[in-house]
Design a binder for this molecule. Structure first.
Ligand SMILES: [Zn+2]
Length: 122
């Protein structure tokens, strides 16, 4: 299950950024080429986040497309797969980028509003 490995790298990034604070929600961006199953990712997340700062956090997914640029007509399209030929002119010389990233887009931390410490005794 390759979601496990992806989830592991996401969690590593989460833990680094959270620096010990509790994470309540996070958003990940996953390239469409990874063909991630959300069910599998959710299952992996539940297992891997247990006991970590991200345990029980809500996970939001953004799937990013592959950007394909035609060298012949210069058209750029967002696709959900690598293309064999340009959809506009049929040329086979295409450059593609993206679609394979795994990024931690944002994090919500518990008590994030309490970052200003006035030093008052509680
Ligand atoms: Zn073209």
């Amino acid at each position: 299950m390759h979601e496990l490995g992806l989830c592991e790298s996401v969690l590593n990034a989460v833990e680094k950024r959270a620096a010990g604070r509790r994470v309540t929600a996070l958003r990940v961006k996953i390239g469409v080429l990874h063909r991630v199953s959300r069910e599998a990712f959710d299952a992996a997340f539940t297992v891997l986040s247990t006991g970590s700062v991200a345990q029980g956090a809500a996970v939001d997914y953004v799937v990013s497309p592959v950007r394909v640029r035609c060298r012949s007509c210069d058209v750029v399209v967002g696709a959900d797969d690598l293309l064999a030929a340009c959809l506009t002119c049929g040329a086979a010389e295409l450059d593609s980028e993206g679609g394979d990233e795994v990024l931690l887009e944002s994090l919500e931390l518990e008590g994030a509003t309490k970052t200003d410490s006035s030093g008052l005794p509680s």
